[in-house]
Design a protein around this ligand. Sequence first.
Ligand code: GDP
Ligand code: MG
Ligand code: K
Length: 310
Amino acid sequence: STPTNDAFKAGFVAIVGRPNVGKSTLMNHLLGQKLSITSRKPQTTRHRIHGILTNDEMQIVFVDTPGIHSKEVRAINERMNKAAISALSDVDLVLFVVDGLQWREDDLLTLEKLSATNLPVVLVINKADTIKDKSQLLPHIESFNESFDFADIVPVSALRRHNLERLVRVIGDYLPVRPAIFDAEQITDRSERFLASEIIREKIMRTSGDEVPYDLTVQIDTFKDEPAHQDPETGKWRRAVTFIDATIFVERAGQKSIIIGDKGARIKQVGIDARKDMEVLFDRKIMLTLWVKVKRGWSDDERALNSLGY
Ligand code: GDP
Ligand code: MG
Ligand code: K
C-alpha cells in the first residue's frame, strides 16, 4: 500500500560530502534502519545505495554517494568519482554534508562541482554534538552563506539523531508534488545479495581496523533460500533458512592472513557478526560461509572490476 493524496511529494535526494563526514550514518538514522554501511575508514561506501523514507506526506529516495575524491589514483577511485557525479544527474535536491565547523579543501572542491549542477543544495552541518561552543556556529553559518547560495542550512547530529525531523521537513520543501515512486514497504531497491556483501565488508573493516585496506571486495557466490520444511527423518519442522556463501577478495597474501586472523579467530568473528545483522535485516535464519582469496591487482584492472560487478 502506498500513501497518496493530492499534496503528496516524492523525489530523489543525493547525500554528498567528503569521506567520513557522516553521510551513511545520516541516511541510516533518517531511515531508522541500517542499510548503508558505516565505519571510521573512509571510502566504505562504493556504490550508490538507495534508501527510501515514506511517511504520510512524502517519499524521499536517498542516494548515498561514494563521495567525490580529489585524487584519482587508481581505477577504482575513478569509478567512485564517476558514480558520485552521475548520482547527481537525476536528483531533486542535494544534501551537502560537512563535519562540524571543519571546512577542508575537499569540501570546497565538492561545492565547486555542485555549483555547476544548478540543483538546490542544503548544507547539513553534521556532528553538531562535537561543537562544544555553539556560539561558534552562527558566524560559520554566515560565512558558509557568503560562499554559496544554499537553499537552507541545517545543523544536525546524525549519530544522536538530533534535528533530523527538521531536516526531513526542509527536504519536503524542495520535493515536487507527485505520487510515491516506490511501495511504502520497500526500504531499499538494492537486492538482499548486495546488502549481504556490504554487511560482510563492514564487519571486516570493523574487526581489522587499519590493517586491511578498503580495496577489498566481497562476492556473493551462493544465495539460496530453503523454505520451512519437515525433516523426513526426525519429523521435526525446520525454520526457513538462507544459505549464503561469500568470497572476500584481497590483493595480497598478507591481507588474507590478517583477515583470517590467529587460528581463524577474526574471520570467525566477522561471520558471526555479519550473520547476526543479516538475520535482523532479512528476518530469517542465515547460514553463512566465508572464503578469503587473493586476487592480485584487481583494483587496478578495469576488467577485473567489471567481472566483480563494479
Ligand atoms: P561517511 O564516510 O560520510 O559515510 O561517514 P560515516 O557515516 O561512515 O561516518 C564516519 C564516522 O563519523 C563514523 O565513525 C561515525 O560514527 C561518525 N559520525 C557520523 N555522524 C556523527 C555525528 O553526528 N556525531 C559524531 N560525533 N560522530 C558522527
Ligand atoms: Mg559512507
Ligand atoms: K566511512
